[in-house]
Design a binder for this molecule. Structure first.
Ligand code: PBG
Ligand code: ZN
Length: 335
């Protein structure tokens, strides 16, 4: 009789990798266009529309052109757009953020008829709209007035809901923002409008291209007094815990790649929560600029990173390549 061999000799993981068919068959995680959200910069200033030097491959859209573009995005299967206003006028309180004739409210009204096909999500923050470029109102010493800011965020959220947004997405990391926005929405009879919360948002150097695109860089100081120190994993869980309790419908982490550990932990701690990750401008640009120089293949590298974000636990991914990735996946799917 033949001697039994040790498992080290009988186990061959290569067997299930031998052919493309076997690899497809046993693949654990898959990307799908339905899970992508496309960020869009919307402006009412014609001189700002078009290619964005700080964020190559991405455009600012004139309000009048947004609906046509979102139609194209919906046509490739992407199910969400995240709107960032880039206003012609700024002031100390950021009033163009919630003005009904401001760029975002106008765009939302144009998109509302499409909102059954693609979720219209409004970013809620002040940094693009304030002259000082901070995410909240400031006192004389330049400190953020958290609680006064909450009132403005509530009012802006109600304005977006009234214009027809499906979700609002507070991104300023103000303490208590989800609670304040939930009450403001409910008081205005918008209890059906959900909150996608930027729950875990690092103070990150990877936002630099975005700040050029949104024209939202702070004129002085930085955002480290309110955004999360990237070195703190336990505080990330607390941030998410609070937003979950305050009634956030989706919890988002950002940047995505620096938060894969956070995603894994959040999925364990909140098995029923809907989780999102934002592949931010710096993450996008790293691959894009390397690919432009011929140093790597943007398609396969991007899909690999997006898959890793999914594998870590994200249900939904915000990515500047939403539209592009959806097309790449469609090519894969043809038979
Ligand atoms: C701030 C905000 C930021 C991003 C979106 N909204 C970060 C910041 O300026 O601190 C970054 C998104 C990206 O880099 O793609 N409200
Ligand atoms: Zn902001």
């Amino acid at each position: 009789m033949k001697e039994l061999r040790s498992t080290a000799m009988t186990t061959r993981l290569h067997r299930l990798r031998a052919t493309p068919a076997l690899r497809d068959l046993v693949r654990e995680h898959r990307l799908h266009p339905h899970h992508f959200i496309q960020p869009l910069f919307v402006t009412d200033d014609p001189s700002l529309a078009g290619e964005i030097p700080e964020l190559p491959g991405v455009r600012r859209w004139l309000v009048e052109d947004v609906a046509a573009q979102v139609q194209r995005i919906a046509a490739v299967g992407v199910r969400g757009v995240l709107l960032f206003g880039v206003p012609q006028f700024k002031d100390a309180s950021g009033s163009q953020a919630w003005a009904q004739d401001g760029p975002v409210c106008r765009a939302i009204r144009d998109l509302e008829p499409m909102s059954r096909d693609i979720a219209v999500i409004a970013d809620v923050c002040l940094c693009q709209y304030t002259e000082h470029g901070h995410c909240g109102l400031l006192d004389e010493s330049g400190r953020i007035l958290n609680d006064q800011t909450l009132e403005v965020l509530g009012a802006a959220s109600v304005a977006y809901a009234a214009a027809g947004a499906s979700l609002v997405a507070p991104s300023g990391m103000m303490d208590g923002a989800v609670n304040a926005i939930r009450s403001a929405l409910d008081d205005a009879a918008f209890e059906h409008v959900g909150i996608l919360s930027y729950a875990v948002k690092h103070a990150s150097a990877l936002y630099a291209p975005f700040r050029g695109a949104a024209r939202s860089a702070p004129v002085h100081g930085d955002r480290r007094t309110h955004q999360l120190d990237p070195a703190n994993a336990r505080q990330a869980l607390r941030e998410a815990e609070l937003d979950f309790q305050e009634g956030a419908d989706i919890l988002m982490v950002k940047p995505a790649l620096t938060n894969l550990d956070t995603l894994v932990r959040l999925r364990q701690r909140h098995p029923t929560a809907m989780l999102a990750a934002y592949e931010v401008s710096g993450e996008y640009i790293m691959l894009h600029s390397a690919a432009q120089r011929g140093l790597l293949d943007e398609r396969s590298a991007s899909l690999e990173l997006l898959t890793a974000i999914k594998r870590a636990g994200a249900d939904v991914i915000v990515t500047y390549r939403a539209c592009q990735a959806a097309q790449w996946l469609a090519e894969d799917a043809s038979c």
